[in-house]
Design a protein around this ligand. Structure first.
Ligand code: MG
Ligand code: MG
Ligand code: MG
Length: 305
C-alpha cells in the first residue's frame, strides 16, 4: 500500500515542493510514497515546477483508510476532512503545535525554521541521501518563498545555510535573483478573480470557539492593489459569510517596503485593534515590519480569542 505525502489546503510552494521532496527521500529510504496535493497550485508554484521540470502532484482530497505523511501543517482546519480516518505516519513542519491527534506513535520532524523544505534538507543530510539537482533547485525556491528571500522574521541561519547548499547542488549562482524573479511572478494579481486572490494563500484557524481566516498576498509593489480594495473587501465578505467565520483578514505584504497593509472584516473589530495595538481606518491599517502571518499575526490573534 502506497503512502501519500501532502501539504496544507490551498497549497503554497513549500507544501507542493515538500510533497515532492519528502516523497523522494522516503522512496530512497525504501518506502513507497506518492506526492499529492489538496488543492490548486498558485502561479509562483507553477513557475517553480516548470523551471525545474516537475509535474503537479496528483490532486487528492480523501484519505480515509490511507497511510500519510503530512508536511507544512498540523492543524485540522488545514487538513482533509477525513484526516481522522487516515493513519498519520509522520509530520514534517515548521508551524505552531496543531490540534491533530493520532492513534499510534509517529515520526515528527518539527523545527522553528523558516520553511519545511529546510527540515527536509536536514533529513536528507541525516540519512546521507543525495539530492538530485532539479529537486535541490525546487527546494531552494520553496525556502526563498517561505522566508521572503531571507527578509521574513521567520528566517533562520539554518534556512540561509540550506539555500546556499541547495544552490550549489542545483548549480544556481544567484539564488536571490531567482527569488526576485519568483516574487515578480507571485505579484501578478491582475489575472485572477478577487475571491481567488483572497484564497490564494489562505488559512483557517480555530481560535476559542471561532473560526478565523487569514489570507496573505506578497508582492513587490503594493500599488497594484490601489484600485481593487473595495472588490477585495466584497470577496472577503463572501468568504466570511459562507463558512460562518468570525473574522477574515487579508495581509497585503510589500516585500520591498517590508510591511503589510491589513484588511479587516470582523464581528468584533476591537479584538483586532487590541491584538495589534492599532486603530483601524476604513477597516484597514498599515503594519510596519509585519511580514509573517505565522509569527507576527496568528500569536496576537490567539491572545484575543
Ligand atoms: Mg505553507
Ligand atoms: Mg512552510
Ligand atoms: Mg507563506
Amino acid at each position: 500500500m502506497s503512502t501519500y505525502v501532502f501539504g496544507h489546503t490551498t497549497p503554497d510552494s513549500d507544501s507542493i515542493v515538500g510533497a515532492h521532496s519528502l516523497s523522494y527521500l522516503k522512496n530512497q529510504l525504501g518506502e513507497d510514497c506518492i506526492p499529492t496535493r489538496q488543492g490548486e497550485i498558485n502561479p509562483e508554484t507553477a513557475f517553480i515546477l516548470e523551471r525545474f521540470g516537475f509535474e503537479k502532484p496528483m490532486l487528492k482530497t480523501n484519505y480515509a483508510g490511507e497511510n500519510v505523511y503530512i508536511i507544512d501543517f498540523m492543524e485540522s482546519s488545514q487538513s482533509p476532512e477525513d484526516i481522522a480516518e487516515a493513519t498519520i505516519l509522520g509530520i514534517v513542519d515548521h508551524h505552531k503545535l496543531g490540534d491533530l491527534k493520532t492513534a499510534g506513535p509517529l515520526e515528527m520532524w518539527v523545527r522553528p525554521v523558516g520553511c519545511s523544505n529546510t527540515i527536509v534538507k536536514q533529513m536528507f543530510d541525516y540519512f546521507g541521501v543525495e539530492i538530485p539537482k532539479e529537486l535541490a533547485g525546487m527546494m531552494m525556491c520553496a525556502i526563498l518563498s517561505d522566508t521572503v528571500i531571507f527578509k521574513s522574521p521567520t528566517c533562520t541561519k539554518e534556512d540561509t545555510k540550506a539555500v546556499k547548499e541547495l544552490a550549489e547542488i542545483a548549480g544556481i549562482e544567484d539564488p536571490k535573483a531567482l527569488g526576485i524573479e519568483m516574487f515578480i511572478v507571485k505579484s501578478d494579481v491582475l489575472n485572477d478573480t478577487k475571491e481567488a486572490l483572497v484564497l490564494r494563500d489562505f488559512k483557517d484557524f480555530n481560535m476559542g470557539s471561532e473560526k478565523i481566516g487569514v489570507g496573505q498576498l506578497e508582492v513587490v509593489d503594493l500599488s497594484v492593489f490601489d484600485d481593487m480594495k473595495e472588490e477585495l473587501f466584497e470577496a472577503m465578505q463572501k468568504i466570511k459569510d459562507e463558512a460562518g467565520r468570525h473574522t477574515v483578514l487579508l495581509l497585503l505584504t510589500d516585500i520591498m517596503q517590508e510591511g503589510s497593509q491589513l484588511l479587516v472584516l470582523s464581528n468584533d473589530n476591537s479584538k483586532i485593534e487590541t491584538a495589534f495595538s492599532v486603530s483601524l481606518e476604513d477597516n484597514q491599517v498599515w503594519l510596519p515590519k509585519v511580514m509573517s502571518r505565522k509569527k507576527q499575526v496568528i500569536p496576537f490573534l490567539e491572545g484575543q480569542f
